[in-house]
Design a protein around this ligand. Structure first.
Ligand SMILES: *Cc1c(COP(=O)(O)O)cnc(C)c1O
Length: 370
């Protein structure tokens, strides 16, 4: 193969085409841009897809977490338990809502909240737990829900990466009180920017409705019984999401096929370990994750060969602006950052690409006699 034939393999790509354009065109033809018919249809479809009673939207996942925390009516300074291994927004949404994140380590096999440390982390001030369903798999929810019940804590699920993910057969999101899915451009399905909030709780949903729509339940009235802001989306976004929702089964099947191929080609290669797939969760692969003691060198080798990798999350307790918050253990999150590498899995990756990437990885370890 000459260099010219090697196309770069990017870390993420979006499965977007004429189908999205067709639905966007319908909005433009109707001249209806803000929340309208498309948003309503999307809510209905997501309601039946997830099985939750209430579905509403926010402009992005970060604001969906913030809005959900506001709806929970916690007091200023209350603590929320957050895994140390997650995207920054899980913690900053708490801080902007006047709450304090407490960082707890994750399980080294599944990268989700380690319930062995959870009870020890609970203080008088702790009022909520935020499990994060990482990389397209569910947390082990039963121990988390049991502790929440025992200590009277709210559970808000960061399911940003977990649309389509089920825990023991039930869609994640509001196994606790409330939760969200992000439809950001690099998630498994997207609406550009945007997020879905789900709950089964009548009272929470009512609070959400007021908070997200200027303190009223319906637009067009100028008496506002409550305080509220604007967290609405547009029908243009909903049009994209509707089209993406239709593609979800195919997207999932293709991603699973690629991930199973990665598994079979990389098992027993060097010191590579995989994300464990626990029996209580299905898998909607968000990234293909490996860990190795040679993360930096392997990443550089792949980059030289036009394959873009991505590192794991940097431990939240080490983030420059999050150092002052309480934390427990967190050794696993440090190790994961040292060792973790995401390999590309998305709509433009072919099985041939996976073979090429895995050959490069084997070559890397052979050179090191591993
Ligand atoms: C993407 C993501 C978010 C934030 O969602 P946005 O839509 O990008 O604001 C929050 N938490 C996790 C775990 C995420 O992966």
């Amino acid at each position: 193969m000459t260099l010219k034939n090697i196309l770069p393999i990017h870390q993420v790509d979006v499965a977007i085409d004429k189908e999205e354009l067709l639905l966007i065109k319908e909005c433009i033809d109707k001249k209806w841009l803000t929340e309208g018919e498309k948003t309503k249809v999307l809510a209905k479809k997501i309601t039946s897809f997830t099985g939750y009673k209430y579905v509403t939207f926010a402009p992005n996942g970060t604001l969906a977490l913030y809005l959900s925390l506001l709806a929970l009516d916690l007091k200023k300074g209350d603590e929320v338990i957050v895994p140390d291994f997650t995207f920054y927004a899980s913690a900053t949404s708490c801080i902007f809502a006047g709450l304090k994140p407490v960082f707890v380590d994750v399980c080294p096999k599944t990268f989700t909240l380690d319930s062995r440390h959870l009870e020890e982390a609970i203080s008088e001030k702790t009022k909520a737990i935020m499990p994060v369903h990482m990389y397209g798999q569910s947390c082990d929810m039963d121990p988390i829900l049991a502790l929440a019940k025992k200590y009277n804590l709210k559970v808000i699920e960061d399911a940003a990466q977990a649309f389509g993910v089920k825990y023991k057969g039930q869609h994640v999101g509001a196994l606790g009180n409330i939760g969200m899915f992000s439809f950001f451009s690099d998630k498994v399905i997207t609406m550009g920017e945007g997020a879905v909030i789900v709950t089964n709780d009548d009272h929470l949903f009512k609070k959400l409705s007021f908070l997200r729509n200027q303190g009223r339940q319906h637009s067009g009235t100028f008496i506002h019984p409550e305080l509220g802001m604007n967290f609405r989306i547009t029908d243009l976004q909903a049009a994209v999401a509707l089209s993406q929702l239709g593609k979800f089964p195919d997207i999932l099947e293709a991603r699973l096929r690629l991930c199973h191929l990665y598994h079979s080609l990389l098992k027993d290669v060097g010191d590579i370990c995989f994300l464990h797939n626990p029996a209580y969760s299905n898998w909607v692969p968000f990234r293909f994750c490996i860990t190795t003691g040679h993360k930096e060198a392997l990443g550089a080798h792949l980059k030289e060969n036009y394959v873009q990798t991505r590192s794991f999350f940097y431990p939240l307790h080490k983030q420059p602006k999050l150092k002052g918050y309480r934390k427990l253990y967190c050794k696993t999150t440090e190790a994961l950052y040292e060792k973790g590498l995401c390999l590309p899995v998305h709509c433009s990756i072919t099985e041939e690409d996976v073979h090429r990437i895995c050959s490069l990885i084997k070559e890397f370890f052979l050179d090191r006699k591993m």
